[in-house]
Design a protein. Structure first.
Length: 127
């Protein structure tokens, strides 16, 4: 089953790296890109992705704030916040927003762990 993944980062290079890591496991999944929270919110309302990978540090709303808003729009969306800031406060806030914390730089291994933890990766692979 083809899934949709929203990748939100103000850095085009970071979005490209996330797409590259995702393509290792699912070259056929649909990738939706947004450069900021406002674009991301619009994408979720029109395209209903199953997954969202959010940068923590972005102009305007940060990734944790956006994670909470996305979960408010769609409880089924699986959200991860990606950050080089590994402080316990950031990790705790991420979890409180209903998201998974992934360290930067995003690796194939950590992305795979996130996808598998949702159970959807295995379900999609078996169809």
């Amino acid at each position: 089953m083809i899934q949709k993944v929203l990748i939100v980062d103000d850095s085009k290079l970071a979005r490209m790296a996330a797409v590259k890591a995702l393509r290792v496991f699912h070259p056929d999944w649909v990738v939706i890109e947004a450069a900021n929270a406002d674009e991301a919110l619009a994408c979720v309302q029109t395209q209903s992705p199953e997954f969202a990978l959010l940068d923590f540090n972005m102009p305007g709303k940060d990734g944790i704030t956006l994670a909470g808003e996305l979960r408010g729009l769609d409880q089924k969306i699986n959200v991860a916040v990606i950050s080089a800031n590994h402080q316990i406060e950031v990790i705790d806030r991420t979890r409180a927003a209903g998201a998974t914390f992934l360290p930067k730089p995003l690796t194939e291994l950590s992305l795979r762990g996130f996808l598998e933890s949702t159970g959807k990766m295995a379900d999609a692979s078996n169809r």
